[in-house]
Design a binder for this molecule. Structure first.
Ligand code: UDX
Ligand code: UDX
Length: 475
């Protein structure tokens, strides 16, 4: 998902010198591996940290000091350690040979084929990495699952790695990452908790302590939680389920609000004031996106189905289904509001990233909304400050009726409606009087993130349709 990388110069840095106190490798230089290793390197100058990846373009971008992902604060962290004790390379075999502690942070997408298609995790990259470690290791290693994985993956990893009998030993740990995109650096520098799961054997506990020691360089000890390895794997999936569940719950409530005249922001505030519930993650929206929530929930659903826990599987799966329903409901609300036809109407999507402060569009609700609008024969104009390159790829093959425009004022020219897909701060500060002048009347705004000043927009002349609130319409 990291694109347009060829413009970066190729300048592969040397791999980690022997002088470092600990020698750490991460396989996978993506949204998780890159920032996580950059922070470890920045916080632990005594350790050498190498990140390897099969994708040369990405490695070149990291080495250029201009990371291939947009993440606030990341550039500075990378620059502070790059070439000092942070190295990026495509030489995976050498990385494995020269380092003792190996994080694995390759992608684990949902399987698209065979048994469990559309639900189970595709572990082929993961297994490939395990086999590479097995092949190239010349000494014992600690192997750390950083990727989010189905429960019991560590066992599979162990079984592959245990097949050597030459005295080289591998200890497998689970250390799931809880960072959220857009706030990754803050989350890594000041995490709510760091979770480390291990086997409860003497070797397992020793390996666990080694990893605790790394994080203890900047994370208070009481925030470093240790557990058995299966609890660790499951806690990561369970956490993502809890978070996604809150969003689907408030989104379900938003549908009731729209029918009853209640206001979802008021309901969320009131419900969230109960300290047992808490106020975070209760923003009604067009739906959640991102590479994790859907994938991880479906992973759990698959596990439940395989284990015969049908009732649990159905319960968990509902969270994903409500999310699909919310996106469809958003499009149907647009259709109804705009006189039951979108054919030939021009609709501008404000934002395409799955959330603000990232260029990542994986599972972004904007993808489904754009596709549905095109199915209704609307013309779709996409604007986003960081995600246009990814948006083009996501919508490749459906170019008819589709355009991409960086400047929001240019993007809205001749449009009948705006649909806010991403909560970029930028969209709050635009000159909506000017925007109204550029649009076809009657002009509509569908605020899929409830970030705009609805009353002010209505007074300017817009017909405004928020999520979970009474529409403000001039008809
Ligand atoms: C991570 C985790 O790996 C995933 O399990 C979790 O759920 C979300 O976060 P992320 O860092 O977002 O994924 O993925 P991505 O940005 O796609 O990065 C993975 C990297 O691994 C890619 O750069 C890819 O080229 C690399 N890779 C993949 C390898 O180096 N070797 C492989 O065999 C496969
Ligand atoms: C999530 C988890 O938060 C993180 O702990 C885990 O490591 C990876 O998955 P991420 O997907 O990067 O992180 O972003 P997050 O902030 O959780 O947002 C996910 C989606 O939910 C976004 O589309 C966001 O816009 C949406 N969301 C979030 C809502 O619709 N309403 C909310 O109240 C919060």
């Amino acid at each position: 998902m990291l694109k347009r990388l060829s413009k970066y110069p190729i300048c592969e840095s040397k791999q980690v010198p022997m002088k470092f106190e600990k020698r750490i490798l991460c396989i996978g230089a993506g949204y998780v591996g890159g920032p996580t290793m950059a922070v470890i390197a920045a916080k632990c100058p005594r350790y050498g940290v190498t990140v390897v990846d099969v994708a040369r373009g990405r490695i070149d971008a990291w080495n250029s000091g201009k990371p291939p992902i947009y993440e606030p604060g990341l550039d500075d962290v990378v620059r502070s350690a790059l070439g000092r004790n942070l190295f990026f390379s495509t030489d995976i075999a050498r990385g494995i040979r020269e380092n003792d502690i190996i994080f694995v942070s390759v992608n684990t997408p949902t399987k698209t084929f065979g048994a469990g298609a559309g639900m189970a995790a595709d572990l082929q990259y993961w297994e490939l990495v395990a086999r590479q470690i097995l092949e190239h290791a010349e000494s014992s290693k600690i192997v750390i699952e950083k990727s989010t994985l189905p429960v019991k993956t560590a066992q599979a990893m162990e079984r592959i790695l245990m097949s050597r009998n030459d005295g080289v030993h591998f200890d497998v740990l689970s250390n799931p990452e809880f960072l959220a995109e857009g706030t990754a650096i803050r989350d890594l520098l000041c995490p709510d908790r760091v979770l480390i799961g291990s086997r409860e054997t003497e070797r397992g506990l020793k390996a666990r302590e080694e990893l605790v020691e790394i994080y203890a360089n900047w994370v208070p000890r009481e925030r470093i939680v240790t557990s058995n390895i299966w609890s660790s794997e499951l806690s990561k999936l369970a956490s993502n389920f809890f978070l996604a569940q809150r969003i689907s719950t408030i989104n379900a409530i938003s549908a009731i609000c729209e029918k009853t005249g209640a206001d979802v922001s008021e309901v969320a505030r009131i419900v969230g004031m109960d300290s047992r519930i808490g106020g975070k993650f209760l923003n009604a929206s067009v739906g959640f996106g991102g590479s994790c929530f859907k994938k991880d929930i479906l992973n759990l659903v698959y596990l439940c189905r395989v284990e015969g826990l049908e009732e649990v599987a159905d319960y968990l799966e509902r969270v994903v289904r409500i999310n699909e329903y919310q996106k469809e409901r958003f499009v149907l609300n647009m259709l109804r509001a705009m006189f039951n036809t979108l054919a030939g109407k021009k609709i501008c999507l404000f934002g395409f990233a799955f959330k603000a402060d990232t260029g990542d569009t994986r599972q972004s609700p904007a993808i489904d909304v754009a596709r549905r609008l095109l199915e209704e024969h609307a013309e779709v104009v996409v604007t986003d400050p960081q995600a246009l390159a990814n948006a083009r790829e996501d919508l490749a093959g459906v170019e008819k009726g589709l355009s991409f425009v960086e400047d929001p004022y240019e993007a809205v020219r001749g449009c009948h409606a705006i649909a806010v897909m991403t909560e970029w701060t930028l969209y709050r500060g635009l000159d909506y009087r000017k925007i109204l002048d550029l649009m076809v009347k009657p002009a509509f705004i569908f605020d899929g993130r409830n970030i705009l000043d609805h009353k002010a927009l209505f007074e300017l002349g817009f017909n405004v349709y928020p999520i979970g609130k009474r529409p403000l319409s001039h008809f």
